[in-house]
Ligand binder design. Structure first.
Ligand code: IDP
Ligand code: MG
Length: 144
C-alpha cells in the first residue's frame, strides 16, 4: 500500500473543479487519508517547490501556487503514486492523453490543475511538508 500527496492547485479550486477531481480519485479506488484547504505564502510555495528553484519558471510557479487557496490530500492505494500520475496526465496539457485531468481541464503548462508526487521518496517528503501523523487517518483495517 502506498501514499501520495495530491494538490488541487489555485486554478482548480477557483474554477470549481474540486468535485470533478475528487470524483476521479474516488472512481479510481483511491482512499482519501487526509484532506485540508490551505493558502500558501510565497515562502511556503518556494519551500514546497525547492527542487525547481533553478528552473526559469520558479518565480512564476511559486507566485501562482500562492495566488489562492489549494486543496491538499493524502491519497492511499496500491501503486497510487504512478496511478495518480496517469490520471493527472502529462505536465504540459497539450501532451496529456485524452481523458486525463490535465487534458480535460488545464489551460496552461503552469496552470495545470493538479500536483501529484512522482516517486516514493518525494511522496514521503511532500506529505510530511503538509501533514503530521495525527492528521493522516487510517482505514478500518489500519485503525481497528
Ligand atoms: P509535474 O507537476 O507534472 O510533476 P514538474 O516538472 O515537477 O511537473 O513541474 C512542476 C510544476 O511546474 C508543473 O506542474 C507546472 O505547474 C510548472 N511547470 C513545469 N514546467 C513548466 C514550464 O516549462 N513552464 C511553466 N511552468 C512549468
Ligand atoms: Mg513534479
Amino acid at each position: 500500500m502506498e501514499r501520495t500527496l495530491s494538490i488541487i492547485k489555485p486554478d482548480g479550486v477557483s474554477r470549481g473543479l474540486i468535485g470533478d477531481v475528487i470524483k476521479r480519485f474516488e472512481g479510481a479506488g483511491f482512499r482519501i487519508a487526509a484532506m485540508k484547504m490551505i493558502y500558501l505564502s510565497k515562502k511556503e510555495a518556494e519551500g514546497f517547490y525547492a527542487v525547481h528553484r533553478e528552473r526559469p519558471f520558479f518565480q512564476s510557479l511559486t507566485d501562482f501556487m500562492s495566488s489562492g487557496p489549494i486543496l491538499i490530500m493524502v491519497l492511499e492505494g496500491e501503486d497510487v503514486i504512478q496511478h495518480n500520475r496517469e490520471l493527472m496526465g502529462a505536465t504540459n496539457y497539450k501532451e496529456a492523453k485524452p481523458g486525463t485531468i490535465r487534458a480535460d481541464f488545464a489551460t496552461d503548462i503552469e496552470k495545470n490543475i493538479v500536483h501529484g508526487s512522482d516517486a516514493p521518496e518525494t511522496a514521503a517528503t511532500e506529505i510530511a511538508y503538509f501533514f503530521n501523523s495525527l492528521e493522516i487517518v487510517g482505514s478500518i483495517e489500519q485503525n481497528p
